[in-house]
Design a protein around this ligand. Sequence first.
Ligand code: MEV
Length: 315
Amino acid sequence: MNVTKTASAKIILLGEHSVVYGQPAIAVPVTALRASAKFVSGSTGTGLRIVAPDVEGLDLYIASLETADVSNPFVAAIRLFLSHFQIALPDATVELRSQIPIASGLGSGAALTTALLRALADVVRVSIDPSVLNNMVYEIEKLFHGTPSGIDNTVIVYERPVYFVRSQPIEQLVIGKPFRLVIGDTGVSASTKVAVSDVRKLYDSDQTEFSGLFDEIGSLVIAGRGAIEHGDEVRLGSIMDQNHELLQQLTVSSPELDNLVVTARRAGALGAKMSGGGRGGNMIALVAEPLAQSVMNALLESGAVRIYETVVGKD
Ligand code: MEV
């Protein structure tokens, strides 16, 4: 039996980092960029082989759940899933593939885990509720990525725009008018875990100052939600610009990100900011359709190694 399942990338529109401290954030799926998991059953004889050519050529074999090396996130995810449902290890090979660059703020890890568990559920014939899947992917994120807020797994598992507040029920984002984002990759890989832990050190060094900064970002996110609901792109663009400045103050931007953000604005974007953990990875720009191509060209000329485009709320 062959089973293939996929999961999308994500991008944070507003509110990264402060979301870890209970402030709201907005994230959207990037549905054109996907990770996939393909199971071929009965292929190894006695266990589960995982191959992931796009993840540092990973190739490992699980002979038994008891002895499995759970220092690998995919192995940990498989064990968590099978123990939860009390199911034996299937005899199969799973191939993980991803179009989502790793360590770039696009949620490649959560997307791979989501695709893997969706496919595993099919192979062992279990119907998995999205909220259970979301909890499992979050557990893996926690094991391997420090103190995540849960926004990445949530937007990826539900594959829809979300207004997210940590530990609260997910709120669907109402999109008054579809809007277009251009995503520019600095090509610098950066660890979200390190950026999140550096922000934690800053916060511990001056809780009053940084709580104030997180509150400011939270207010921008609430205003951004209103702008999205009312289809007010000009206001949303200005809010993105302001959010970028506050992220600079949190020390999570970088010269490469700042350069692409300024480039996008000069080329006519309505607003631009870094996105995700920062220090590298991706930035996003809000663009009106007629200017999308010139913003993308400008980003490539200014050093972006990859660009993507996504329209939020078109379906
Ligand atoms: C990472 O995509 C977003 C951060 O806010 C971390 C998190 O929410 O877990 C930087």
